[in-house]
Structures are given as C-alpha cells and as structure tokens.
Design a protein around this ligand. Structure first.
Ligand SMILES: *Cc1c(COP(=O)(O)O)cnc(C)c1O
Length: 410
C-alpha cells in the first residue's frame, strides 16, 4: 500500500487503526497454492487465530481456503462467516472433552493431541473419524518460545507413543483419518521440515484409512529487508515429490494439508498510530504513540521486530528513536530505530501487522480496541468499528451492595 492511502485511512477512520491489504492476502494464498500445484489434492486451512475478523474469514472462504481453529468460538465465527463445517479443522490443545464433542457434533474435523482424550473420545464415538497430532520432536527454528516440537512440549502425541495410540485405536474400534504435525512458527531450514515430514510418513504407515496428512504451518515471512524467509517454491517442489511418492507407496491419493496463519496475513497488515509526544532524555529520543501493548503486544511478548515508518514525513532526515506506548508499564515497540524525523502529531505505520496483532489486543488501561479496515481494490472498507465506552462496561454488573456497608458503618 502507498503511504498516501494509509494516511487517508488514518484521517478518515482515526487512530490507532489496523489496515489489511486484501491483494497481499490473495497473492500469498496463490503463491502457496502454486507451490503445490503438482499435488492432486491440497487443502489450505487458514489459521483463524492469526486474524479472526469475519470479513477476513469470508475472503479466505472465497479463495477456497478452509479454516484451522483452536476454540469452539473460532469454529462458530467461521460458520457465521459462511464456511462449511466440512471445511473446518479443529486443532486445539488442552481443551475439554465436552468442547471437542460439541465441535464434532457440528460436523467439523477433530484433531486430538493427547492420549487421554483420544481414548475417551474413541470409546464414546468410535464412528467419528479423528485426526491425531503427532509430535515428531523436531525443532524448527531457533526461538524456543515458538518451537513446539521439543520433547517436553505440551503439543502433540509423541512419536514414541505410537504403540499406545495403536492400542487405543484397536481397543475402541475408532478410525484415524488424518495425521498432523505443527512443529512451530519458524521454518527456516527446509531440510529440517522435510526430515520431520519423513517421521510423519513413517507414522502414517501405521494407519490404513487415512484421508489426509496435515503438515501444519511455520512458514517464515520477512520482517525486514534482507530477512530470511521460507523459500516456498523450493519447499513446494521438494515436498511435492516426496508426498506424491508416498501416496503411491500408501496406495491412495491423500490430501496434503497446511494451516498457514502468518504466511497469509502478516505482511498484509499495517498498524497506524499517532505520535502524542516526542520526549528527549539524557540518552534517548522517545516517540510516545497513542497505543501500547494493549493493541500490539508482539514486540514485548516475542521480541519481534516490526518495521516502523513515519508516513507523515517519509522523506525527512533520519534520526534515532525509541518508540514507546502510552500504557503505564514498560511498553517499548522499538529501541534505537532509524526513522525519518518525527514531529508530534505525525502518523507512524508498523508493518507486518496482520498476524497475531489485533487478535491479541486487549482493553488494558481501559482503552478501546482499534478499528479494522480492509483495503480492497483501491477502497477502504470498515470491517470492525472502534470500541466505545459502552463496550468497556457492557458486561459489568453494578452490584448494589455498598450502601449497606455505609449504613452498618454509620
Ligand atoms: C497457530 C497455529 C497455526 C498457524 O501458525 P502460523 O505460524 O501463524 O502459520 C497452524 N496450526 C496450528 C495447530 C496452530 O496452533
């Protein structure tokens, strides 16, 4: 998107505001589809938790994507957006048997990631086909906060427990129709991913009635110039070859599944905020914006890097700034960042603000969550209104109890 487009949106809809460029989402979807066009049956399920606005879910649906969900509420959002239950997969962690049963009753594909629930669900519903999430114990990427494949991870059933899975399947008579893994959110090394895939193929041979193998996600997107990103085309070529060979060996044309979140929406997003104050200390120039980790927590939570541009003065002389929020806690978005000169009142844009940004926003400090805008074919569409004071208080119950205390006291 052009700076003028973003500035016009901030002017029309106010600040802070999230903006998503539909053309980037569409091109990322097509890029991933094309990388696997030589596989007969491919299913891309968009991971709703990355960005769960219903208009975004509708866009995904129109592209032919299914949905990957982690809560019954995400399932219901998808259904409300018009996505068919048969196009939704439920891959939760640590949820109750009751919630899994409720989601299953809606006709959604269930993915189970622990032996206890597998045994209970299989005993009660032997006729419902179930996918199992395997932990191949392969570390993809270096950031331990987002690698979920290690030995003590809470995610997935260990490959070392295959004999136990097989015993449960035999005892309950249930049918396993899919095998799944999601090793983390940072595939830097294709070879590591292919190695994990081999473990998945090995596991798959234990199950005779599979319909699909789901390779999860973890595609890396660039956050700054020169960043390493997953080479989707090379990855597609290599995994396609291996997957097709496996299908031949298995004796069935299986569906190859992925659940990309970040890959589809991260780069499509911009977060716009206004500079309230420029403050000079003995060592630093702070630019304080009308936002904080209540709206964008990734820099503080994951140490993630978001490019920041001063769209009010993009050609200005560059200086070094620390960009901070207005929350009464340390909420530093960026330190010692080279940005074109900032004046109070300027609008700055955070890039890569599509995934895990709005969806992680909160009302901390009793601030409203921002509006969301979809930029589609040259026009800005409001897809979520900014919250108002009523949103802050609508579920609060005014327990009328203190008058009595006052009476007793007096
Ligand atoms: C979060 C999640 C994803 C999406 O991960 P990204 O890194 O955003 O692509 C996919 N599958 C499961 C099971 C997840 O929990």
């Amino acid at each position: 998107m052009e700076n003028e487009n973003l500035l016009a949106i901030a002017k029309e809809f106010g600040s802070p505001v999230y903006v998503y460029d539909s053309s980037k989402i569409i091109s990322q979807y097509n890029r991933l589809s094309n990388a696997f066009k030589k596989v007969k049956r491919v299913k891309l399920n968009y991971a709703v938790k990355a960005l769960s606005n219903m208009t975004i879910l509708k866009l995904m649906n129109s592209l032919g994507a299914g949905l990957d969900t982690v809560s019954i509420q995400e399932v219901n959002l998808g259904l409300k957006a018009g996505v068919k239950a048969s196009n939704i997969i439920f891959t939760p962690n640590g949820v109750s048997l009751e919630e899994i049963e409720q989601v299953s009753a809606l006709g959604v594909q269930i993915n189970i990631d622990n032996l206890s629930i597998l045994e209970q669900f299989g005993t009660k519903h032997p006729d419902v086909p179930v996918c199992i999430r395997i932990n191949p114990h392969v570390l993809a990427g270096g950031n331990s906060k987002i690698s979920v494949g290690h030995i003590d991870s809470k995610f997935g059933i260990s490959i070392h427990q295959i004999p136990h899975i097989l015993r449960i399947v035999e005892n309950t008579g249930m049918n396993i129709n899919g095998i799944h893994m999601h090793t983390g959110s940072d595939i830097l090394d294709i070879e590591v991913f292919l190695y994990a895939s081999e473990i998945l193929f090995e596991t798959a041979k234990n199950f005779k009635d599979l319909d699909f193998i789901d390779f999860g996600s973890g595609f890396k997107v660039p956050y700054k110039l020169g960043d390493i990103e997953t080479d989707i085309e090379e990855f597609g070529e290599k995994l396609t070859k291996r997957f097709n060979a496996f299908c031949k060996e298995y004796g069935k044309e299986l569906i190859l599944g992925f659940e990309p979140g970040k890959f589809l929406v991260s780069e499509a997003g911009y977060f716009l905020a206004k500079v309230n104050v420029v403050k000079q200390t003995t060592s630093t120039v702070f630019a304080g914006i009308d936002s904080g980790f209540n709206h964008l927590i990734r820099p503080m939570f994951y140490n993630s890097h978001h490019e920041i541009i001063n769209i009010s003065n993009p050609e200005g002389k560059e200086r070094f700034y620390s960009i901070v929020g207005y929350i009464c806690e340390t909420d530093t978005f960026a330190t010692n960042r080279r940005i074109s000169e900032i004046n109070e009142g300027d609008t700055i844009a955070f890039k890569n603000a599509g995934a895990y940004c709005f969806s992680m926003a909160s009302n901390y400090n009793s601030r409203y969550r921002p509006a969301e805008i979809l930029w589609h074919e040259g026009e800005a569409h409001l897809i979520r209104k900014r919250e108002t004071f009523d949103d802050l208080i609508k579920n609060q119950v005014d327990a009328d109890i203190f008058s009595k205390i006052t009476e007793t006291a007096s």
